[in-house]
Design a binder for this molecule. Structure first.
Ligand code: NAD
Length: 504
């Protein structure tokens, strides 16, 4: 099934998993299997990087960096422009492969590739806007300026749920900044990474530039090796808080830089004044979309007690009507979870929620068919239940109630993660209170839209245990460069700063 799509993307039954300036042979290496989570069928196999392969990939990233850093930034942008065009050509095939490998519905699979394309467009513009400052000097005939230089090979570790877009957030920006990249994708989604690498290396070849993107497939061992590797000055890691703690400690130990995009436990406050029809759609998409497997998935709904009963009834009706099934089929809104373990984790979380006093309103069962399908669940809960503070990467929505907005904001902020947040209200004062310094403590705060589905123009990321990193838009490019402050003396005397005298 879908063999033609795999073939067009260059995916075979056995695939090399390492690009180190060229594809390394797959023979003689251990392999990982990529399974379609909707059917359990084998999509293909990818060879895992051995320690020697890893060394070759890092060396290739270093070589590419030596050349790439001196290429003028707008020319680097031209490579990314051409890469964006190639992604447009492959959008449908690559979008379908994302769907086949992750289980997200087809419009989301294609949307993920569109996000890569948008990121390329953004980075092309950025390639002419890597601005520094000029600064007034306190000394006569002196001027100060700040310039930005390429940083070095960037290590990119990605999660399964956005198997290609998150790499593009990093790689497109890093490339125009003059960096090379070494990518370790999730071991659950190797084939999308291989397909993207094939597109990128072909574009580099056509443009006559070194391929600044290298690939190293493997499990967490490869990620750990990257975190320890002083040749990678920046590690950008996306995944669970558990992974982030390990990566941050390893990178911190060698005084490297880390950019962390970790787990979320996102909440929305639904006030009495909210447009409930709008909120219903927004909550359903944010809680159920991608089968609850987005970092920005809505996991806690904090509803004013006067409207909670009626709203939850309506929401439960929507949940019952949602079509669950093969994610490539029209009309399906919920596909499978990534693997059997994720199903087990969802069931275990629901059991714990009930033991802690929660009540399942709807859903929570396994769908009787092949693949890792579950029914999205709504659970009436209280903020003191320990399970409500955890990110279970599955479609479970905890409904909590409140009386005063201050109480709702305290519940909202009362978890260790700080990624995305929303308020639904038609009262200006409530919206502003939520966006004020005393409001949401998250990196993303929305009014009258859900917690998921961010655009690439804004800096994306979260606070607290979400890791503090920012990627994609705004000035997040600065993370991929090194800043240099320069003082230039165009006079013939040597005045010292702060009035210091040193006559020799
Ligand atoms: P995961 O933490 O299991 O794995 C993520 C990546 O880290 C994989 O490539 C994995 O091999 C690697 N890894 C795991 N342990 C490592 C270690 N000790 N050292 C180095 N690398 C290691 O996460 P997942 O299950 O693939 O993805 C789901 C998680 O990712 C959720 O918590 C979700 O919220 C989070 N996520 C966050 C964002 C964001 O932007 N904040 C985006 C997507 C996913």
């Amino acid at each position: 099934m879908f063999a033609d799509v795999l073939e067009r993307l260059g995916i075979r039954e056995h695939n090399s998993g390492v690009f180190a300036g060229r594809w390394l042979p797959a023979e003689g290496r251990a392999e990982i299997e990529s399974l379609n989570p909707a059917s359990g069928e084998l999509l293909g196999r990818a060879a895992i990087a051995s320690p020697a392969d890893y060394e070759l990939a890092v060396a290739a990233a270093q070589d590419a960096f030596q050349q790439w850093r001196t290429v003028p930034a707008p020319q680097r942008g031209e490579f990314i422009r051409r890469f964006g065009l190639a992604l447009r050509e492959h959008k449908d095939d690559l979008g379908l492969l994302v769907t086949l490998e992750t289980g997200k519905i087809l419009s989301e699979g294609r949307g993920e590739v569109q996000e890569m394309i948008d990121m390329c467009d953004f980075a092309v513009g950025l390639s002419r806007q890597l601005y520094g400052l000029t600064i007034a000097s306190e000394r006569p005939q002196h001027t100060m300026l700040e310039q930005w230089h390429p940083l070095g090979p960037v290590g990119i570790i990605t999660a399964f749920n956005f198997p290609v877009a998150v790499w593009a957030w990093n790689a497109a920006v890093a490339a125009v900044c003059g960096d090379s990249c070494l990518w370790k994708p999730s071991q659950l989604t190797p084939l999308t990474a291989i397909a993207v690498q094939k597109i990128a290396s072909k574009v580099a070849q056509d443009c006559g530039v070194p391929c600044v993107f290298q690939l190293c497939i493997g499990d967490s061992d490869v990620g750990q090796r990257m975190a320890d590797d002083t040749r990678l000055p920046l590690i950008s890691a996306t995944g669970s808080c558990h992974m982030g703690r390990s990566v941050a400690a390893a990178v911190g130990k060698r005084l490297g830089r880390s950019l962390l995009e970790l787990g979320g436990n996102n909440a929305a406050i639904l006030t009495e004044s909210a447009n409930l029809d709008l909120a219903l759609r927004a909550v359903a998409f944010a809680a159920v979309g991608t089968a609850g497997q987005r970092c920005t998935t809505l996991r806690r709904l904090i509803v004013h007690e006067s409207i909670a009963g009626a709203f939850v009834d309506r929401l439960a009706g929507v949940y019952r009507s949602i079509k669950i099934g093969d994610p490539w089929e029209d009309g399906v809104l919920v596909g499978p979870l990534i693997r059997a373990l994720a199903v087990e984790q969802m069931l275990a979380a629901l059991k714990r929620a009930q033991e802690q006093g929660g009540e399942i309103v709807v859903g929570g069962g396994i769908v009787d068919r092949p693949g890792n399908f579950v029914e999205p669940a709504i659970v009436r809960a209280t903020p003191d239940m320990p399970i409500v503070g955890e990110e279970t990467f599955a479609p479970i929505l905890y409904v909590l109630t409140y009386r005063e907005l201050e109480e709702a904001i305290a519940i909202h902020n009362g978890v260790e993660q700080g990624l995305s947040s929303a308020i639904f209200t038609d009262r200006f004062a409530e919206a502003m209170q939520f966006l004020s310094p005393a409001g949401s403590d998250c990196g993303i705060a929305n009014v009258n839209i859900g917690t998921s589905g961010a655009e690439i123009g804004g800096a994306f990321g979260g606070e607290k245990s979400t890791g503090g990193g920012r990627e994609a838009g705004s000035d997040s490019w600065k993370a991929y460069m090194r800043r240099q402050t320069c003082t230039l003396n165009y006079g013939d005397s040597l005045p010292l700063a702060q009035g210091v005298e040193f006559t020799v």
